[in-house]
Design a protein around this ligand. Structure first.
Ligand SMILES: [Zn+2]
Length: 481
């Protein structure tokens, strides 16, 4: 019976610590060498698992295998040990005179140091210090962040000599840095040995498809597309599509993106969008991801034309166009005057993006404009943003900003009736109607680069046709939104 066998193996290993630490940590060395980190964690979890029901009966009554170490050695090749130790609950926590491994899980709080966290687990200062010193070889403790999980394991014995120690001897410390990376320090011959484990995840394609019944965001969420991916999707199309005016009920979207899954097939994080399309009133906009030979990743239409334009039409996400360019009765002043920009109604605090790369010319109060930012993009074009609640960090005169970078937040400063963004595009120093602007086009792929793009596009098209569409039941959410 494999289970019994494995269970005994573990107990044997635990016992060996007394006689020969070296040997025991050779075993652990092998385990780590194999990269079975998670498995180890499971092993150390043993005493906390209630194994009373599935514990084999013969474990209780069988002669203790420790009594006879030589025969034990003869029947257990090390490799098998390493492989079989991992998964099985083995030790009954109560009434067991043998040393047990007890594991404690702690979540890092804001302001914690590694020492603080370890001391909270019950580790003694000197042991914690030694473990931390080892950890420092693979991990900068200043990178410890609130929310990360730390696991410490202790060896406890019911025998009298360890009664003096409340929690027992610190055996290992493991910090899970993110879904992919963990670092650990494990007790070794002298002191602790550190390891870093990087899990790799299998990429998988996910295809989302649907009809837009309300907003793209809501419809795509309903189709199971993660929010983070939808935000990116909106940004991809924001050069071409005015999301408030051009999306109609019945329009459709399709998207192909990557997710990464762990060995159990659970999605752990989102990857890149490879393809996205919007069918708006019958017109198809299709964009493919492509990295040019200079390493720049962008999205291109099937003809190799970059989606990126010099200036964005809508520098805020999720806003409603509330007032157009042209003559209108001014809501505050009460008489007709030219409205030399367009207004987007949006909740106070909505981020405003730089419509294009450029240099901030001004980021300060400007009369009726209230808090105001103006960006110079090139010799011809500038954009201006008014009535801001506040400026984004680091945005001030002379600073360079990138397209899409957040420069401030929607507010109602200056002469304004409510939270909105007043947006202007200046051409040669004069305001023009942003909605009429013929946007200069972005990069166009040619020659070899275009040939490479066509190959890439063909393989994405194959993936599209082979990937079943996501349903509501098979959500691709990773929780990492
Ligand atoms: Zn306005």
């Amino acid at each position: 019976m494999a289970r019994t066998h494995r269970a005994r193996r573990f107990r044997r290993n635990a016992r060996r610590v007394d006689g020969s630490r070296v040997r025991r940590f050779t075993v652990y060395g092998i385990i780590f060498g194999l990269g079975i980190f998670v498995a180890l964690a499971t092993t150390l979890d043993l005493p906390t698992l209630d194994s009373a029901t599935d514990r084999p009966a013969d474990l209780v009554t069988a002669p203790n295998p420790y009594v006879d170490p030589p025969s034990d050695r003869a029947t257990s090749p090390e490799g098998e040990d390493a492989a079989s130790v991992e998964l099985e609950p083995a030790v009954a926590p109560a009434a067991d005179p043998e040393p047990t491994i007890e594991e404690r899980h702690i979540t890092v709080r804001r302001g914690d140091t590694l020492m603080k966290v370890l001391r909270r687990t019950g580790a003694e200062h000197d042991e914690a210090h030694t473990a931390i010193t080892a950890l420092k070889t693979v991990f900068d403790p200043r990178r410890l962040m609130a929310g990360q999980k730390l696991t410490a394991s202790f060896r406890r014995s019911e025998s009298s000599d360890s009664k003096s120690k409340k929690t027992g001897e610190l055996m290992s410390v493991m910090v899970k840095l993110d879904v992919e990376r963990s670092v650990a320090a494990n007790r070794a011959e002298d002191g602790f040995e550190a390891t870093e484990v990087v899990r790799s995840f299998k990429p998988a394609f996910v295809r989302g498809i649907g009809r837009i019944d309300d907003s793209l965001f809501v419809s795509a969420r309903r189709a199971g597309v993660p929010a983070q991916i939808i935000m990116y999707l909106i940004r991809m199309f924001s050069w071409d599509v005015d999301f408030q005016r051009e999306i109609r009920r019945g329009d459709r979207f399709e998207i192909l993106f990557e997710t990464f899954r762990d060995s159990d097939g659970r999605p752990v994080k989102n990857g890149d969008i490879l393809f996205a399309s919007l069918s708006l009133s019958g017109a198809d906009l299709r964009l493919y991801r492509f990295a040019t030979s200079d390493g720049v990743v962008d999205y291109y239409d099937p003809k190799g034309q970059s989606a990126r334009k010099a200036l964005m039409k809508t520098p805020v996400d999720g806003a409603r166009l509330s007032s157009r360019y042209g003559k209108r009765r001014h809501p505050i002043l009460g008489y007709n005057m030219m409205h030399r920009g367009i207004d987007f109604a949006a909740p106070r605090g909505t981020p405003i993006m730089a419509a294009g790369d450029g240099v901030v010319e001004r980021a300060s109060r400007y009369g009726a404009y209230g808090k105001y930012v103006r960006i110079r993009h090139n010799n011809t074009y500038k954009t201006a943003y008014a009535h801001l609640k506040s400026y984004a960090k680091g945005v001030r005169g002379g600073k360079r900003v990138r397209q899409g970078q957040i420069i401030g937040y929607v507010g109602s400063t200056g002469r304004s009736t409510g939270p909105h963004l007043h947006y202007e595009i200046h051409r040669n120093g004069k305001q023009i109607n942003p909605l009429r602007l013929k946007l200069p086009t972005g990069r166009k792929l040619k020659g070899r680069e275009f040939a490479r793009f066509l190959e890439e596009k063909a393989s994405i098209d194959v993936a599209l046709s082979e990937t079943p569409a996501l349903s509501r039941l098979a959500q691709a959410d990773t929780g990492a939104e």
